[in-house]
Ligand binder design. Sequence first.
Ligand SMILES: [Zn+2]
Length: 486
Amino acid sequence: MAEKRQLSETEKQKVLDQHERRCFVDGEPIPEDESIEFHHIKPFSSGGPTNLDNIAPVCKRHHRTIGTMSLQEYRDKIELEAFFEGGEPKFLDDLIRHKKRCCGERVKCEIEEGHISLYYKDSRHDFPLYACPTTNWKYFYGTLPVEFIGNDRELQPRPLREPNLWKLYRHFQTNTQISPSICRIDESGTLLLFDGQHKAAAQIWAGHSMIECKVYIDPDRRLLKETNLDAHGAYRQMSFYSHELMQKYADIFGEDWIEYMDTKGEKSELGFYNFLFHAKRKTWAQARNEIALAMYNEIVDDESNKLSRYLSEKQRGRKQPLTFARLKKTLFQYMLVPPPVKDEFESDTDFRKDEKCNLVKLMTIIAEEGLEGKWAPVRADAGHKKAERIFSAGAVRAWTILLRDAINIHLKNYTDEERKLFFYRAIPDEEFDYFRRFVKKIFDHKIWDDPDPSGEIAARLAKDDAATAKSLFDEKELTVQWVLGI
Ligand SMILES: [Zn+2]
């Protein structure tokens, strides 16, 4: 390893010239009167040499916060924080797309006696095939291009966790990867990674374009799923609680959840919240946000939830009317009881499951009445433009509140406490016929058709606060009384 040494003034000047006196972290120019620090781009500790190509200038502000990181690490850290900003769940697919523009590309493959040939980067790559002596599943080992890898949502439903990812990223700056990530490849040539996703993600974040994999060829998915669950045996303990939300918690919180489940006494959201604070040293806000995120994901991931199909995060490739962040500020904020509730999991007073089902049903109604057959960004006809107005930022906020108030009145929730619980109760199916009527009525209001050549109405609906749109609703007589027909 090269010796760490001081730079001479001439060398410093060379580095400055090369970087045009710009801070390496964000590319901003460093003022003439400001002192300059010099840092290694690749870490000195992992063999980055002290030659001038590996040195760059840094402004004072970034120098103060860079700590022991190298410049490349620091840039990657800032980019990682931006990637996770907003708290929306991020999956391996998102990360690959972020780094590579594309992800899950199909790879052409041919299997012959004893080996598999994959075609990528304009050439053929052969790998010897092995067979598992127990299941007879065929598999191979390969170091494969990142853009051909996709996330196996079926076997690996967990989103990436920023702290785990960062820890592994740092780890791989100085350590080798001992075992490969595990994938499967199906008949169509889709390569899906289901185990070791943080490991893979950390390598990709560090700029690697090839990932070490063990790949099963078209295995029995059901068996593989069971095997995978067994391998993470601890998750099995959760079978005590059958609720899917429990599974979601296990998926998202991993070890923290298992540890909490091993504590004595009855289990509840409130208990877990306290556990995260006391034993895990999370802030109250972190604990609350993490629990809320688990709830939100469960609702969005529900297959019967038709509104999820209109989320940018779930359906890429064309413009969508909603984002996860907008749902957080609208339906989730106004129609879910914020965590933590104190009811024991799956006891008679725990209505989280009902609450989820109720909201999924309502979201489906919203999709059916407001978007299905209407949302068509390519056609961009009158129906689509109307849908766009209905789903503009402030409008969604205002009609969510309107719809909630109408439903509360309809359900005769008179006290504040009753209103606050909202969907946190069992609601018979036939009530949803009324809710559908309310949704229809709101979406049929003339406010959405108004051609308004000045664009003033559209602008007021788009402003991302409830009050602006609400004042417009009032002017145009789109009120709770009108929705309820009273
Ligand atoms: Zn800087």
